[in-house]
Design a protein around this ligand. Structure first.
Ligand SMILES: [Zn+2]
Ligand SMILES: [Zn+2]
Length: 356
């Protein structure tokens, strides 16, 4: 037996207001059109609400349990049918627009004129380490749906007029009556003939056959900011696919950074390794390094530098968006030679006597 109170997460003595509140929250959460939604849970929540929101049904449920209410066929079978005539009574006084507010577009500012939206496009871009560090412009060729240049998306042959859409009588929207176990209600749809504009072309545009959109190949230059990380996503609003009479989708650019053989990254700091000889470590030395920019950098290795020491060169790392740059961190590795000459060995024995 189903526990409708448990499904809605409310106590058995919950008020009608609490029932409604719990239902609204869960119906939003589990709505199948939403990410993380679940049709099964949505139906379960609706079933619980349908019973508990009706005083008559709730009293019946409290006495006899859910057997008389449960959906046939395990909760989602096609055999499930509600008696709408009874249900309509139990539903009185509940404001559908209130409950379904942002779920179906009721009561929202765009009520009846839900905007058509073009599809988003996702692409991948491969960058070298230094390109990611300093930013780069990349030009890509995209095959996508764009507004027709000839008619600017209007669909009329230039110089001709439009007429009132007969499908929606110029209102731009059509009614659709839906029946569900919550009762039947009417939803306004964008008219598919005029795409919500209320007007249709008298003479359709020849370039796009009146569609207002065309398939095009478009070159887009993407300005990749300095300091992007591997795996980051850049969103370019309105660079996706167009929809006639609607909003253009977005372009999502996923960044892939090819690892560098020389440099690593730690936040805004760049890391690198410098190998030096034992004597350079002991006596100190001046060394030349390749920088991130590709230039040469002279660094002083202080006398007595131990292997594994880190030298910090300020301002030679990744540029920060607010200005300034991270540092270059050089890990110094002292590499002893594998072979010594006879003379070198004698000298080292002398050094040993000196306590070095
Ligand atoms: Zn056109
Ligand atoms: Zn229409």
């Amino acid at each position: 037996m189903k526990d409708y109170y448990q499904i809605l997460g409310i106590p058995r003595n919950a008020s009608q207001e609490e029932v409604k509140k719990a239902y609204r929250k869960l119906a939003h959460q589990f709505h199948p059109d939403k990410t993380g939604g679940s049709e099964e849970k949505f139906k379960e929540v609706n079933e619980a609400y349908q019973v508990l929101s009706s005083e008559q049904k709730r009293a019946q449920y409290d006495r006899f349990g859910s057997a008389g209410f449960e959906q046939a066929g395990g909760g989602n079978g096609p055999g499930f049918e509600w008696d709408f005539s009874n249900f309509a009574q139990g539903f009185e006084g509940v404001d559908l627009g209130d409950i379904f507010g942002d779920m179906f577009g009721f009561g929202s500012p765009g009520y009846g004129r839900q905007a058509v939206r073009g599809r988003d496009i996702a692409i991948d871009i491969e960058l070298q380490f230094s390109e990611a560090a300093f930013g780069v412009n990349r030009t890509v060729l995209l095959r996508k749906t764009a507004l027709c240049a000839a008619c600017s998306g209007g669909g009329e042959e230039p110089g001709t007029k439009s007429k009132t859409c007969t499908h929606c009588n110029g209102s731009g929207s059509v009614h659709e009556t839906r029946r569900s176990f919550l009762g039947s209600f009417t939803k306004l749809h964008v008219c598919s003939t005029c795409r919500g504009t209320g007007r249709v072309p008298e003479t359709p545009c020849r370039a796009c056959r009146g569609a207002g959109v065309r398939q095009v190949s478009e070159e887009i230059t993407i300005s990749i900011p300095a300091g992007v990380n591997d795996g980051e996503m850049i969103k370019l609003v309105g660079k996706g696919e167009a929809a006639a009479g609607g909003i253009t989708g977005d372009l999502y650019v996923k960044i892939h950074v090819t690892p560098s053989k020389i440099f690593g990254r730690s936040g805004f700091d760049v890391t690198t390794i410098l190998e030096i000889s034992v004597t350079d470590g002991l006596l100190g030395a001046e060394k030349q390094l390749e920088t991130l920019e590709g230039g040469a950098l002279r660094v002083q290795i202080p006398a007595g530098t131990a292997s594994g020491s880190i030298l910090r060169i300020r301002g030679k790392g990744i540029p920060r968006s607010r200005g300034g740059r991270g540092d270059l961190l050089i890990t110094v590795l002292v590499k002893p030679p594998r072979k010594f000459s006879k003379k070198a060995k004698e000298l080292l024995e002398e050094l040993k006597k000196e306590g070095i």
